[in-house]
Design a protein around this ligand. Structure first.
Ligand SMILES: [Zn+2]
Length: 284
């Protein structure tokens, strides 16, 4: 059925002070939001997410995260910093990130993109294959230029020099262009580079310090929603959360990694990181 206001032209006639002109119809705005959300590449299982329906079951860290997300959604685009949501798997980080993206797109009708970090790197890498139609810039341009970017599961990728360079390029570009970016990560933001489960070990000093400049870090802890039985409810979540809290941090297992991290393992004040090879002596 065509729109009764504009007959699907997207422009509706209005009359003000005796003058007649046209203005954008509401249906056009709704269609635009739908299109922008389709283009945002939200994973299907998260498409229903919303900040208003997110269940926090009395968990303060989740309440804090949702409150901060609502502030970003309300103030966008005049926000100084994006959000960095950290915490163990299954607590709702991706849910909150997607819900924030949706709220902003629906209200402000801006361009947004969601990417799992590993998937993004894979997509860029694929463009190096000569048989691929997409080029590096066709994948990168929207990542660098969209109004809002969500990078999910940062740190899960195997760190190589190329991965570091690529992620630094994206993060630094968005930082200097003052584009809002949100991240999620399963890794803890402790300043201990020797701990393989620290965000620092996964992404290196340079990236971590830049991320602290461009994001508000919010630590979430809670029940693992993925362990909630299909007929489970808020009370189950509360109970699961209590049980999880009684476990020592270490056993709230992170996904096991076949490849150990290799992000900049030197501290920034250790100079250029050149190998202290003593040269020629080996032959003597
Ligand atoms: Zn219309």
């Amino acid at each position: 059925m065509p729109c009764p206001l504009c007959d699907d032209s997207g422009w509706k006639p209005v009359e003000r002070d005796g003058a007649r002109f046209v203005t954008r119809c509401e249906c056009w705005r709704d269609t635009l939001a739908t299109r922008l959300l389709t283009d945002a590449r939200l994973p299907r299982r998260y498409q229903h997410c919303s900040l208003d329906t997110f269940v926090t079951y009395g968990n303060e860290s989740l309440q804090r995260a949702v409150a901060a997300a609502k502030v970003v959604a309300d103030k966008f685009p005049t926000v100084d910093r994006g959000l960095f949501l950290l915490g163990p798997p299954g607590v709702g980080k991706t849910h909150i990130a997607v819900a924030t993206l949706k709220a902003i797109v629906e209200r402000k009708r801006i361009t947004a993109l969601f990417y799992d970090t590993r998937e993004l790197l894979r997509a860029i890498r694929q463009t190096y294959d000569a048989s691929e139609a997409a080029t590096e810039s066709t994948v990168l341009r929207p990542i660098l230029g969209c109004d809002l970017l969500v990078l999910d599961d940062l740190g899960a990728e195997k760190s190589t020099e190329w991965v570091e360079e690529t992620l630094n390029l994206i993060v630094n570009h968005r930082y200097s262009e003052r584009k809002t970016t949100m991240f999620t990560s399963n890794y803890d933001d402790k300043p201990d580079i020797s701990d393989p489960d620290s965000l620092l070990c996964r992404i290196g000093y340079r990236m971590r310090s830049r991320l602290h400049e461009m994001c508000e870090f919010i630590h979430l802890d809670g029940a693992d929603y993925r362990e909630l039985p299909p007929n489970g409810d808020v009370d189950d979540l509360r109970m699961m959360w209590q049980q999880r809290r009684q476990q020592p941090m270490k056993t709230r297992a992170l996904p096991s990694r076949a490849n150990p991290a290799r992000a900049q393992l030197r501290s920034p004040d250790q100079g250029d990181g050149q190998l202290k090879w003593t040269g020629g002596r080996a032959g003597t």
